[in-house]
Design a protein around this ligand. Structure first.
Ligand code: C5P
Length: 233
């Protein structure tokens, strides 16, 4: 696969409650960004219509974090594949059989495994009888890649360890990215586009700094310029 262009590396998280507003924004951003991420809020309210309408303006990344028995996940992934989505998230904690089933079902694109939610503290993980996040993230990344999952979602603090563990091939998608100098919002630790790419990310997810900007197209172009500046010549 050819390396993505700077524009193709940018995923905009369309975290909006209203589909018309999300479609309008996607229309403005079409051609300026690589992907539109549709999450549980939009999909929960509008379902397949959200994928169809946003998909008219670019590639759709469905961030639904599936986690169920393998048969259910395979059948759900096949239905989501039929909508034409290009990326779909599942929880790595569902185990190898569930991960293989997701890949089998999602023929239209690539499955991404999510390891540990960054909202979970080490104390909560201990309460759940699990390892600390630093170890668990790497363990789940290895399990997912060994099960044949082509990509992972990975937060900035874990990028170097995860990339070292899985090698250069799997697609690594990183949220919590902020253009240099902007507010971190509710993220405990953010990365700049250049920093995340340097530490092993392939695609970068940016939501509020673009979606809530006075000029979302200019904000997206600014992030793409920062990505381009960080890429090897
Ligand atoms: O607005 P912001 O750029 O923070 O949006 C980040 C997007 O990435 C949201 O859709 C959020 O659900 C997702 N995400 C995240 N942090 C994680 C995993 C996913 O912010 N650790």
């Amino acid at each position: 696969m050819n390396a993505p262009t700077a524009r193709e590396r940018l995923v905009v998280a369309l975290d909006l409650p209203d589909l018309d507003e999300a479609v309008r924004l996607a229309g403005r951003l079409a051609g300026h960004v690589g992907w539109f991420k549709v999450g549980l809020e939009l999909f929960g309210a509008w379902g397949p219509e959200a994928v169809h309408r946003i998909g008219e303006h670019g590639s759709v990344f469905l961030d639904l974090k599936l986690h169920d028995i393998p048969t259910t996940v395979e059948r759900a992934a096949a239905r989501l594949s039929a909508l034409g989505a290009g990326l779909l998230t599942v929880h790595a904690g569902g185990g190898p059989a569930m991960l293989r089933a997701a890949v089998q079902g999602f023929a239209s694109g690539r499955v991404l495994a999510v390891s540990v939610l960054t909202s979970l503290s080490d104390e909560e993980l201990v309460l759940l009888g699990e390892e600390r996040a630093a170890e668990r993230v790497v363990r789940l990344a290895r399990v997912a890649v060994e099960a044949g999952v082509p990509g992972l979602v990975c937060a900035p603090p874990d990028l170097v360890r995860v990339r070292t563990a899985i090698g250069p091939d799997p697609l690594v998608v990183t949220p919590g990215v902020r253009p240099a100098g902007s507010t971190p919002d509710d993220h405990a630790r953010v990365a700049t586009p250049g920093g995340a790419l340097e530490e092993g990310a392939d695609l970068l997810v940016v939501g509020r700094p673009i979606v809530r900007a006075d000029d979302p197209v200019a904000a997206a172009d600014g992030v793409v310029a920062q990505i381009a500046a960080a890429e090897p010549a």
